[in-house]
Design a protein around this ligand. Structure first.
Ligand code: AMP
Length: 226
């Protein structure tokens, strides 16, 4: 047993299918509240763009809509947590864990860490058909350090230009109908195990992102931050 130090750090774990609003909420919390957030998809795409050793291993998985192997992605996330939580009491994981195995690796890390972590899973609920429409029409900021998402329900102030950094918006390669359907199927398959895994251990919150506006989702989540 490792002696615990420093103030507890709350890790908000965003669980939801692609297009359910996780990235929009996480981006807003980071820009408006300064909460460190990791979008695993964004970090993977940055590695690919920079052609790092990891990026070379990620590319074929991402293009096909397949998951990156659990050990590889979990190590990347744990390294990120350890380099980003200094002087913070909260952080957000957007898109990790996605499998029961990844969740178990996260719990192992938390239990053996010298930090005290509180895990706060948040499940984003939405109907699959809404997601397909959103993803087909989604664009993201082309700046790899930003990658803010936009959709018909969250349009940029100036057409095709990112509100946050002014870069041009682009379409993601994996936001293609065949790949989208595959990604949604993979989410359903793993959510089946993942959500009960968390429900057994932690107080899981659910946000209905279909019925709520983007501001509504932010307001519901803000209550969890206090
Ligand atoms: P996202 O941007 O969250 O839609 O993720 C895009 C892609 O990145 C996914 O389809 C996977 O290929 C990869 N990815 C992101 N997060 C994970 C994860 N936790 N486990 C495995 N692969 C991931």
């Amino acid at each position: 047993m490792v002696a615990k130090q420093q103030k507890p750090v709350s890790i908000f774990v965003f669980i939801g299918p692609p297009g359910s609003g996780k990235g929009t909420l996480a981006t807003r919390c980071a820009s408006e509240r300064g909460i460190p957030m990791l979008s695993t998809g964004n970090l993977c795409r940055s590695h690919i763009k920079q052609n790092t050793e990891l990026g070379q291993q990620f590319a074929s998985h991402i293009d096909k809509g397949e998951l990156i192997p659990d050990e590889l992605i979990s190590k990347m996330v744990i390294d990120w947590i350890m380099s980003n939580i200094e002087n913070h009491t909260q952080c957000i994981l957007d898109g990790f864990p996605r499998t029961r195995e990844q969740a178990a690796l996260l719990v192992d890390f938390i239990e053996s860490s010298s930090y005290t972590f509180n895990v706060l899973p948040v499940v984003f609920e939405i109907a699959p058909q809404v997601l397909v429409d959103r993803l087909v029409n989604r664009k993201v900021c082309g700046n790899q350090d930003c990658q803010a998402p936009y959709s018909p329900t969250k349009k940029p102030k100036k057409e095709n230009v990112c509100d946050l950094c002014g870069s041009t918006l682009v379409k993601r390669k994996d936001d293609d109908i065949a790949v989208i359907n595959h990604r949604l199927a993979i989410y359903q398959e793993h959510a089946h195990d993942l959500i009960p895994f968390f429900t057994k251990r932690y107080d899981v919150q659910t946000i209905d992102t279909q019925e709520l506006s983007i501001d509504g989702v932010y307001d519901v989540f803000s209550k969890l931050l206090t």
